[in-house]
Write a protein that binds this ligand. Structure first.
Ligand SMILES: C[S@@+](CC[C@H](N)C(=O)[O-])C[C@H]1O[C@@H](n2cnc3c(N)ncnc32)[C@H](O)[C@@H]1O
Length: 387
């Protein structure tokens, strides 16, 4: 696989990112609350030129389009996504007078997506797995007009640590399925569904989650952290908002006359104190600040687990199991030194026990603690282009 996301989706002819939209109001409320946290109330979209990069199924586009943009371009490189969005246009769910779908690669945007041509650019869940996530970020950032807003998602090995452990189930699943991709997928759904059911809020069907996480061949050197994104854009963009919302600013409002706002520096400094908490969504309101506590050991060990997972996943083998278990031990110890992590420590121990059992052929290990453990997975960032 050479092109992140696209080659895998195209090979299987899938869009494994549907949202469960039966609860239409819930879907609208979820998106509206997300945008609000990013500093984008519905009026920000009204009359705006909006570009969504990688709209996938178009489920989220339905909400964005309802905020009355003047122009809404949907750019995707997956033929199945182009078909899905065209079907929405044909059905009248998206207004052809406003919305148009464009097939193309975000790295080399087609003429319908001119540089500086959009007031709002949304790039959700389509950057961090690219071959070079920073280059992909710069490519989409170039499409934002002066004073416009870029919304993007970030993710790294800390935020997906439990998913790395779930991906490590694949060699055992493939062995049990005897090379039949559909059987492997069903088996993975049976194992993962009880895990997903522990989430009080979820929006993706189990099969989509499994296809997009357990069987998706991630490229080497993936990851785009909040720090990476802000640093990459520091020359021309300023931090506006995020989900989770980690930035507080108690400067007096009259203090900003001297162009010393430094939004990016503040955001990066504050995220550094909360980064560890992305390891488990259950560390929540209030998240203890990790000031003066070692978080580097956790971050380094998560990156190491990421490399081991990459090797095990691509070789479809447990040759590296001793190192994997040892790294999980280091992670458990590092978590134990951090505030608010008792459930996470228990889950990491269970992940170790379970991975050893699964690698030995026991696919029915119940993961009593681990199945409750989900990372924050993605964080959302909004930044504005300096005019
Ligand atoms: C994981 S899905 C996310 C879909 C949707 N944004 C969401 O958050 O549910 C990634 C999307 O980005 C698209 N994509 C990935 N790489 C791309 C590229 N190089 N050019 C254009 N689209 C791309 C995929 O086809 C897919 O629609």
């Amino acid at each position: 696989m050479e092109r992140a996301y696209l080659d895998y989706y195209r090979e299987r002819d899938i869009i494994p990112v549907h949202q469960q939209t039966e609860d239409r109001r819930g879907h609208w409320r979820r998106r509206t609350a997300l945008y609000r946290g990013l500093g984008l109330i519905p009026a920000a979209f009204r009359g705006a030129r909006v570009l969504e990069v990688g709209p996938g199924s178009g489920d989220n586009a339905q909400v964005t389009a309802s905020f009355d943009p003047a122009e809404y371009v949907l750019l995707d490189g997956n033929p199945a996504s182009i078909r899905a969005i065209n079907a929405r246009l044909d059905a009248g769910d998206l207004d052809r007078g406003v919305c148009r779908v464009v097939a193309g690669d975000l790295h080399n945007p087609p003429p319908e997506c001119p540089a500086g041509g959009f007031d709002i650019v949304l790039a959700e869940a389509c950057l961090h797995h690219q071959q070079d996530p920073r280059a992909a970020l710069l490519a989409v950032a170039a499409l934002v007009a002066d004073g416009g807003t870029l919304v993007l998602t970030t993710s790294d090995e800390v935020a997906v640590l439990p998913d790395l452990c779930r991906r490590l189930l694949r060699p055992a699943i493939e062995a049990a399925a005897g090379g039949d991709a559909e059987v492997a997928c069903e088996l993975a759904c049976q194992i993962i569904d009880p895990h997903l059911r522990t989430l009080p809020a979820r929006s993706r069907p189990t099969r989509d989650w499994v296809l997009d996480t357990v069987f998706h061949p991630w490229l080497d050197h993936w990851a785009l952290s909040i720090d990476d994104a802000i640093t990459t854009l520091d020359d021309s963009f300023d931090f506006l908002g995020s989900s989770p919302s980690f930035m507080t600013d108690w400067r007096w409002y009259k203090q900003f006359a001297d162009s010393g706002e430094r939004w990016n520096d503040r955001a990066r400094a504050q995220w550094a104190q909360f980064h560890y908490a992305s390891v488990d969504w259950r560390i929540s309101n209030p998240v203890p600040v990790a000031e003066g506590i070692d978080t580097d050991t956790l971050v380094t060990a998560c990156r190491r687990l990421g490399r081991l997972e990459h090797q095990a996943w691509h070789q479809c083998s447990y040759d590296a199991l001793p190192e994997i278990l040892q790294t999980l031990q280091v992670i458990g110890d590092a978590l134990g030194r951090l505030p608010g992590t008792s459930g996470t420590v228990a889950a990491a121990a269970d992940a170790r026990a379970g991975l050893a059992a699964v690698a030995a052929g026991n696919l029915s290990y119940p993961f009593p603690q681990f199945r409750h453990w989900w990372g924050r997975n993605m964080q959302y960032l909004a930044l504005t282009r300096r005019s």
